[in-house]
Design a protein around this ligand. Structure first.
Ligand code: AMP
Ligand code: MG
Length: 416
């Protein structure tokens, strides 16, 4: 079974809103094992909308339209679907009565245009809307079908789950598609791809690399008749990937790097502090965004100026003079200083040049040092990040978390 999505609304074409409904619909289609082959976005124009639905119907078994079901003149999806399917529109009397009732109950005057919301293609089935006034419908003709849902996201999602999902289950032929994402940090995307290349040709499940800021993901997608088959396919591929990549795979699906690092530290009953220069608190922000982080994360320093590095962390003036703040030496001294000042078991630091200004030939924009200290030793790593200021800052926090994770896994700073 194949499907296409048609999103309706000039506001989408103007870039005023994001098409979150289409994203939700695409996900539901995938989960139901329906192959979504194309998405279109059209404005509130009857000819173009009719054409879009007609074309979609000529290619796919199923067309999902989003939006344009309101009472106003620019809500034209009903008309377009009727025209594309070549079935007449008729007033649903029961629906009309209910609309009139609800308008009366709200104490607002009845305007004639409201009756448009009671129009449906002949032979269609109503999809009730538990939240709003615009109902949806499913209209079947031969082997083809069109579903129409209203645009307000809360109503759309509820109706997608309540009506479209079960409908797809009756048409999808029992095949389901499920994805699992493996998250990788501390290894570049190219190297990761290189290592899993033999697996990329697999048909079921498929494996797809996705580059993210400061990390890389591998999406495994399996297709099968039942949950157990699908889970086995996913588990086997995950095992293959992990065997090739080792412990740079830090998490699955929605697990974040900061949450994974904190739980590693928690398991070992140790504490953490931070010292940040160019990230200005971003790293501490990420750590404290994880609920329950307080049993591991003690706190940190934002030492932006050299003066602050010296005063708050005890970084030696001579060190700063000889090596500068963006240096391996300073990163280590910052981490050591944060450990000393907080009494934490581990401290991680970030210092570098986020840009766009402040770079020199010796120390260009994007040059970042991450430092790490535990009771036995301190280390630092050097990075050259591309991208704008925000990208450099985010990647710096990724690198800091990845280095910390690696050191904790290998048993200490000295052994990493
Ligand atoms: P409509 O059903 O076209 O009258 O849309 C009603 C409202 O739903 C719009 O004003 C948007 O705020 C929202 N909306 C419509 N289409 C979408 C969409 N594809 N994704 C997210 N929101 C939408
Ligand atoms: Mg609209």
């Amino acid at each position: 079974v194949t499907a296409e999505i048609v999103s309706v609304g000039t506001e989408l074409l103007l870039g005023q809103i994001e098409d979150t409904n289409a994203t939700a619909a695409a996900r539901v289609l995938a989960e139901a094992g329906v192959t979504c082959q194309r998405r279109q976005t059209v404005g509130d124009n009857l000819d173009r909308l009719t054409e879009a639905v007609r074309q979609a119907l000529s290619r796919a078994d199923l067309v999902l339209t989003i939006g344009g079901l309101g009472p106003t003149e620019d809500d034209l999806t009903r008309e377009a679907i009727a025209a594309a399917l070549e079935v007449p529109l008729e007033t649903d009397d029961e629906l009309l009565a209910r609309l009139q009732e609800s308008v009366q109950a709200r104490g607002v005057p009845w305007v004639h245009s409201l009756a448009r919301q009671a129009l449906r293609p002949t032979g269609s089935r109503v999809l009730p809307n538990a939240i709003g006034t615009a109902v949806g419908f499913i209209c079947e003709k031969g082997r083809k079908a069109v579903t129409a849902l209203p645009g307000p996201p809360r109503e759309f999602s509820a109706m997608l789950d309540e009506h479209v999902r079960p409908y797809l289950a009756t048409r999808g032929g029992g095949v389901r598609i499920v994805s699992r994402v493996l998250r990788v940090a501390g290894m570049g995307e190219s190297l990761m791809e290189e290592k899993v290349r033999p697996l990329l040709g697999s048909g079921n499940p498929t494996l797809a690399p996705l580059a993210k800021s400061g990390e890389a993901h591998l999406r495994i997608t399996a297709r099968g008749e039942d949950e157990i088959t699908i889970r086995h396919l996913l588990d086997d591929m995950e095992g293959e990937v992990r065997a090739r990549l080792g412990d740079v795979v830090y998490g699955v699906d929605e697990e974040t790097l900061e949450a994974c690092v904190l739980s590693l530290l928690r398991d070992r009953k140790v504490t953490l502090a931070t010292a940040e220069s160019c990230t200005g608190g971003l790293l501490g922000g990420r750590l404290t965004s994880v609920p329950g982080s307080s049993d591991v994360y003690l706190g940190g320093y934002v030492t932006y100026s050299n003066e602050m590095k010296l005063r708050a962390l005890g970084v030696a003036e001579r060190l700063l003079r000889e090596h500068g703040a963006a240096s391996e030496e300073c990163a280590r001294a910052m981490a050591e200083g944060a450990r000393r000042a907080t009494g934490a078991d581990w401290a991680v630091s970030v210092t570098g040049i986020a840009g766009p200004t402040g770079g020199t030939p010796e120390k260009p924009v994007g040059l970042v040092f991450v430092g790490l200290a535990d009771e036995a030793a301190s280390v630092a790593t050097q990075h050259r990040f591309g991208g704008d200021r925000e990208a450099v800052r985010h990647r710096s926090t990724q690198a800091a978390l990845a280095l910390l994770r690696k050191a904790v896994l290998s048993g200490g700073c000295g052994s990493s």
